[in-house]
Design a protein around this ligand. Structure first.
Ligand code: FES
Length: 127
């Protein structure tokens, strides 16, 4: 009988530092950056949930080691549609090949208990 691996998760292929929040997101093999951020309980602005339609997940590359794969067809169509600059990418289509540093405003940590912690009438200053 073969031993069972302790961790069956795919290996981490990139560490993405997100400014201005200053956090590092570990991206696993096969994940795009949006999926990795959501797995780690970060809210990454997006509307279409990874369909390359809204461009709200767009980020600006600050540095990348090594060179990243070029945009796929879906991302190329979004680049043409929204005319964004060459240093911008869609987090939902970007599968990092190595460590990156990016800028994306609006990324924040999601408090897992926050969604259910609101109580009617519990607002401060309202009565
Ligand atoms: S989530 Fe909409 S384009 Fe990426």
């Amino acid at each position: 009988m073969e031993p069972i691996a302790d961790d069956a998760s795919p290996p981490v292929v990139a560490r993405v530092t997100v400014e201005p929040l200053g956090v590092t997101i570990e991206v696993r093999d096969g994940e795009d950056l949006l999926e990795a951020a959501q797995r780690l309980n970060y809210r990454w602005p997006n509307v279409c949930n990874g369909q390359a339609e809204c461009a709200t997940c767009r980020l600006k590359m600050i540095s990348a080691v090594p060179e990243q794969a070029p945009p796929n067809q879906l991302e190329q169509a979004a680049i043409r549609r929204y005319a964004f600059s060459a240093d911008s990418r869609l987090a939902c289509q970007l599968h990092p090949l190595g460590d990156l540093r990016v800028f994306k405003a609006g990324v924040r940590v999601v408090d897992p208990g926050a969604a259910n912690s609101w109580q009617p009438g519990g607002e401060v200053g309202l009565s």
